[in-house]
Design a protein around this ligand. Structure first.
Ligand code: ATP
Length: 340
């Protein structure tokens, strides 16, 4: 039986954290190959600005060139287009294979919400799961730290492995931390800071050739003014308790942030959509990333140096993000609404 890994992601861009994870997992779990599968569109993010899916694929191809004996680029999600559901991808690979056993590799951040993936129980019928640590996300200490939906699928478990009722397994692999995320790389690039050592050189060269990750900041210009614009617009829409912070002196991936909330999940999504439209009209840009828009519990709009958090008020109380920023400089929120 050949053991094959499947490693999906947005790869916006591919970085050394991804490569470290794949190489370590291949060694520890004795995988002969890993299919690296860039998503056309992640179900959890609306990629609206930044590199195209084809450019992300190209970065993966170039960046993995040196590892091609082990890491095979698989473009099926890019070719399929639409929202990239892992269950569809897995069925198209795992069902056609004899003599091969597939394992899906995910970082701990993704495992935490794995029970929200479409047909997650179905996924686990076709493949084993391998979960890696990630800087800032430790492996679960016990079953109580598994995502609730998964617990009932587990037959037995110890620290390193869980046996599922369907006969497949979940294995946990502790990685040596490689302190990098795509969010951090994008921020460095926006700030025109070096990313040497964080992404493969071929990826760095491609980013420079194509001028990726620069356009949004050029169009937005002064991010402090932009942040005030967003905060003022939300205030004018009667969003609850709009707060804006200048984080530039602190160690966060964004330089400015706005936090606010709505009275329901529906209203929170509607407000986020209205802000996205308003910014598009005024600045001509969409966010680089949108998360949580469909659910409306915690919507995150990533405009690069400025990140906007819109919460359903009840969820905001749970996370209390503003406490993280208590040492940051508060910015003035224009009270009269944007003056355009
Ligand atoms: P972002 O910062 O935008 O969230 P990302 O690098 O986490 O980007 P993906 O490209 O979608 O996003 O990640 C693909 C996979 O790589 C996920 O399973 C994720 O958990 C894992 N991963 C990402 N960075 C690391 C890292 N530094 N160490 C280990 N695993 C990682």
């Amino acid at each position: 039986m050949k053991n094959i890994g499947l490693f999906g992601g947005t790869f916006d861009p591919l970085h050394m954290g991804h490569i470290n994870s794949m190489i370590t997992v291949a060694g520890e779990m004795e995988l002969e190959k890993i299919h690296v599968i860039p998503a056309f569109q992640s179900p959890f993010r609306d990629q609206t600005d930044g590199p195209s899916p084809e450019q992300r694929l190209e970065m993966v191809k170039r960046g993995l060139g040196n590892y091609s004996d082990l890491l095979v680029v698989d473009d099926r999600e890019i070719k399929r287009e639409g929202v990239s559901y892992t269950v569809d991808t897995i069925k198209s690979i795992a069902d056609r294979s004899e003599g091969e056993k597939y394992s899906l590799i995910v970082g701990m951040d993704q495992f935490g919400s794995f029970d929200r993936w479409k047909d997650f129980a179905e996924i686990l019928k076709h493949v084993n799961l391998i979960v890696t640590s990630r800087p800032g996300s430790d492996l679960p200490a016990g079953l109580s730290e598994y995502p609730p939906g998964l617990v009932e699928l587990v037959e037995d478990h110890d620290g390193e492995q869980a046996l599922l009722k369907n006969g497949n397994t979940i294995n946990f692999v502790q990685l040596e931390d490689v302190e990098v995320s795509a969010t951090e790389v994008r921020k460095l690039l926006r700030d025109k800071k070096p990313v040497t050592g964080l992404v493969p050189d071929q990826v760095k060269d491609f980013i420079r050739e194509q001028g990726l990750y620069e356009a949004v900041s050029a169009r937005i210009g002064a991010f402090d003014k932009f942040t005030e614009f967003c905060a003022g617009y939300l205030e004018s829409r009667k969003s609850i308790n709009v707060m804006a912070f200048d984080l530039s002196e602190l160690d966060f991936p964004s330089e400015y942030t706005v936090i606010t909330s709505g009275t329901s999940t529906k209203q929170t999504s509607a407000m986020a959509q209205a802000l996205v439209r308003e910014v598009k009209t005024k600045y001509g840009v969409y966010p680089q990333n949108i998360e949580g828009m469909r659910e409306g519990r915690w919507v995150l709009l990533d405009y690069g140096a400025t990140i906007i958090h819109l919460f359903y008020d009840y969820v905001r109380m749970e996370y209390r993000l503003e406490e993280l920023w208590k040492d940051a400089k508060r910015m003035t929120v224009p009270q009269s609404g944007p003056s355009n």
